[in-house]
Structure formats: C-alpha cells, structure tokens
Design a protein around this ligand. Structure first.
Ligand SMILES: C[S@@+](CC[C@H](N)C(=O)[O-])C[C@H]1O[C@@H](n2cnc3c(N)ncnc32)[C@H](O)[C@@H]1O
Length: 260
C-alpha cells in the first residue's frame, strides 16, 4: 500500500517513484476534489479507481480490508505532498490496526509549485529565511488559537496560506495586523493545471476588483517581502569573495582578465 503525493495537478509533476507505484497498483484511491483525473494517466489499463471525495473513513477502511483479503496492491493518491493537510495520519492509524504495511511517497507541494509559477524564491537573504505554512481555520480542522494568522503574521516571514479561498477577506485583514500594506502578495489558483491563474498585488490591494467567489477553491495565498521582484539583496553564496569547501574565493588581482 502506498500513499503517493500526486503533486499540484499537472500529470508530469508527480515523482518518478510515485508514477511507478501507480503503474503497478491494482486499486487507486484518489481525492477527486483536488487530484485531477489527468494524473490517473499513470495507472495501468483496467485499474480500479475510487474517488474518495464521497467516502467516510469507514468506507475507506472497507476498501483497505477488501484489498488485504484479495492481495490487491493499493495506491492512495493525495494532492501535493501527503504530509501537508492530507489527513493521512488517521489513515495510517487505520492501516496499522489492519496490519497493512504502507510506504509514503512524497510529492511536490502546491506551495512550492505556486512559488515556481510566480518565479519566486520564498527565502531571500535579509528579507526572510523562514516560510510559514498555515491555513484558514476550517470546520473539520480548527486552527489552534496560538497559531492564529494575526499571531503568525508578527514574524513577517514568507507565508503560504492554504485552504483559505473562502475566507480571503478575513485572511488579508488578519495579515495586515503586522505586514505593511505594501508587502508583496499573490493568489494562485489551480497551479500547474489548465485552469491555473494568478494575481499579484500588494497585501493592501490584493482583493481590489476581484470577484471573490471565483477564488474560493484550490487557491493559495502567498505573502511576504521575498515575493517582491525589485529586491537588490543577494546571498553571499555566489559572491566571488566568499570561499567555501567547494570553491576558493577569487583574488581580484590574479583573477582579473581570466577566462569566464
Ligand atoms: C487539503 S489541502 C492539500 C494540500 C496538499 N497536500 C499540498 O501539499 O499541496 C488543499 C489546499 O491546498 C492548496 N492547493 C492544493 N492544490 C493546489 C493547486 N494546484 N493550486 C493552488 N493551491 C493548491 C489550496 O490552498 C487548497 O485549498
């Protein structure tokens, strides 16, 4: 049994290991609300696919128990990386009670795919070296009060807010408690999929002119100084004067005029 990170949706953003596991699975369970059917192209012909969107944990348990009885190999596809808001811990507990061994295959999380789509590095020297991954509070998974957005915002780190498309006004308002309104911010929806769209602005103007209902689903909010495009800060890593184990510092006298 495998838990497989499907990546953000483009079929070629799953890992090779994940695709190989899908090719051998007899049954594939996938969260159809987030994993596009296009990713199922990696499955072998005739495989049994089950959309888990309508299944509660007991119904999923039945599938696992049936697979165990018949000796079927099962792949469970999760959007992005299974370790992030995947509700995988409860399934792992379930599999342990069934004595069904499993392996987790990581995936490209949507937050890194969003950074790629924005051509952004989320960690910039002297701007932010920290990424906060958090979410809007939900009925099924309330966020602990000590992790309220307004508190996390005090760090002014790069922040990626998952699962918050239905609460964009609240999210922006809470972030503005600490981030200055001119902080770069972006919304990215269905990144890597044919319907992908992105919207860049400052935090203070992020929602101006948007039809918010259009951004309710599968949207990531990114905020932080690192998203700015006009930063003059650079890391010391490629500074010619910066020596490290794999490169000596260049000597401006002797290296002058040498070939590139
Ligand atoms: C249940 S979480 C799953 C996160 C997933 N495990 C990951 O690592 O990306 C669903 C949320 O992830 C974000 N998300 C997932 N896929 C996305 C995509 N293709 N584009 C933008 N955001 C996405 C959205 O915030 C969405 O509400």
């Amino acid at each position: 049994m495998w838990f497989i990170g499907a990546g953000p949706g483009a079929p070629d953003l799953i890992t090779l290991r994940g695709a190989r596991a899908l090719q051998t699975a007899d049954v594939v369970l996938y969260a159809g609300s987030l994993v596009p059917e296009a990713v199922l192209e990696h499955c072998r012909p005739g495989v049994q696919t089950v959309n888990t969107a309508a299944l509660d944990l007991n119904a999923q348990r039945d599938w696992y128990a049936r697979a165990l009885r018949h000796g079927w190999s099962v792949a469970r596809l999760h959007s992005g990386d299974p370790a992030i808001y995947g509700a995988t811990a409860e399934q792992m507990d379930l599999l342990r009670t069934l004595d069904l061994p499993f392996e987790v295959i990581p995936g490209v999380s949507s937050f890194t795919a969003c950074a790629a789509a924005l051509n952004a590095e989320l960690t910039r020297p002297d701007v932010s070296q920290t990424i906060i991954i958090t979410r809007g509070s939900g009925r099924a998974s309330p966020v602990p009060e000590r992790e309220a957005l307004g508190l996390l915002a005090a760090h002014r780190a790069t922040m990626c807010v998952f699962l918050s498309g239905r609460q964009l006004e609240t999210v922006v308002q809470e972030l503005l408690a600490h981030y200055p309104p001119e902080t770069p911010a972006a919304l990215v929806q269905r990144v890597s999929q044919p319907e992908e769209r992105q919207h860049r602005a400052t935090l203070g103007t992020l929602l101006d002119g948007l039809t918010l209902s259009e951004w309710a689903l599968t949207t990531m909010v990114l905020v932080g100084g690192a998203l700015g495009e006009d930063l003059s800060v650079t890391s010391r890593l490629y500074d010619p004067q910066y020596a490290h184990r794999f490169r000596r510092a260049s000597d401006p006298e002797t290296d002058a005029g040498s070939a590139p």
